[in-house]
Design a protein around this ligand. Sequence first.
Ligand SMILES: Cc1cc2nc3c(=O)[nH]c(=O)nc-3n(C[C@H](O)[C@H](O)[C@H](O)COP(=O)(O)OP(=O)(O)OC[C@H]3O[C@@H](n4cnc5c(N)ncnc54)[C@H](O)[C@@H]3O)c2cc1C
Length: 386
Amino acid sequence: MTDYLSTGSLPEEYRQLALTVRDFAQQVVAPVSAKHDAEHSFPYEVVAGMAEMGLFGLPFPEEFGGMGGDYFALCLALEELGKVDQSVAITLEAGVSLGAMPIYRFGDDKQKNEWLPQLTRGRALAGFGLTEPDAGSDAGGTRTTAIEDGESWVINGAKQFITNSGTDITRLVTVTAVTGTNGGKKEISTILVPTSTPGFVAEPAYNKVGWNASDTHPLSFTDVRVPKENLLGERGRGYANFLRILDEGRIAIAALAVGAAQGCVDESVRYANERQAFGQAIGRNQAIAFKIARMEARAHVARTAYYDAAALMLAGKPFKKAASIAKMVASEAAMDNARDATQIFGGNGFMNEYPVSRHYRDSKILEIGEGTTEVQLMLIARELGL
Ligand SMILES: Cc1cc2nc3c(=O)[nH]c(=O)nc-3n(C[C@H](O)[C@H](O)[C@H](O)COP(=O)(O)OP(=O)(O)OC[C@H]3O[C@@H](n4cnc5c(N)ncnc54)[C@H](O)[C@@H]3O)c2cc1C
């Protein structure tokens, strides 16, 4: 079977990185995936392994403990991990692109020097606190407040569905909060909240449909007092800055989704060649072969879409529309491929120990998180002037 790493289309250093992560995914991640999924346990040993490889520092400069790579390198790693275990991949994606990246993009020197070395080395995780009970797709509906009091911000409110916010190595959550009004409009800013601050509580983890080994909590803030210097970026620019982070994050989520879509293809090809029915391998039936061919086409098109978005971003060109397209087509490819793969596996596909059943449960959130499909359509339409 040919795969995208054997086509010669990638520069050698990217290919080598993808091969290294592929090997790690197969040797270290795959053997423990079903266990962590069944036990809903956070894969600390896998996270430590990813940290050791430098994956949390991939797109950051060496001066902050990073590997000096770029965002595309991160995407390749996410694709290889997403193929095998979406929970592990989202832990890395959220750790890098939602946890560390806001500080790298918008932090001052002190904030960068304090937080980035631990985040880029994977010794600590940071959460991205945007979503609230009454502010999801319409994230501007933020109700959490941060009031100035002397040299402090005092934060009150709640966030929900926050990834990496309650692990033993979570040290920080960056939150959006209303810091006042400006011209009659809410002024939303972002503030760094160390998780050790009194009044910050990560409530018990959710019982999710999938991504069981990924850490997700509701958060509450009761008179949480942090120094004024914890303001991240310019006051009143918090919402806009987080939207920029989400634009980039969509490319990373698309890469993860392509991995999931491709993982379903690879598992299906193997199974269709092995499983016998009516005296032959089920893959000999054109109905099955065509289904898998279509799955491969979906994964390929989605990969092309995220490569395009990443190339535009790295070239400093506008990439908002390309990122939304990539996120939408890749998440749909993952969901469609997971459904088709489960069908190809028959009854086995409905058994939790098979990777395709995990992809079936895990893939749905790809169409919801970091902007639903409807939100991507809104963004694409807006870019078209509609
Ligand atoms: C496992 C998981 C991890 C997450 N991690 C994080 C995280 O780390 N940080 C974070 O801040 N958030 C996180 N989220 C939140 C996620 O980004 C939101 O769930 C998502 O943006 C959707 O918001 P919502 O759930 O409030 O849905 P809603 O906004 O209530 O939307 C409900 C439905 O209405 C549709 N809809 C809404 N408005 C429109 C419209 N104008 N036109 C058409 N359709 C519309 C939506 O597309 C959706 O189908 C996570 C969620 C999950 C489940």
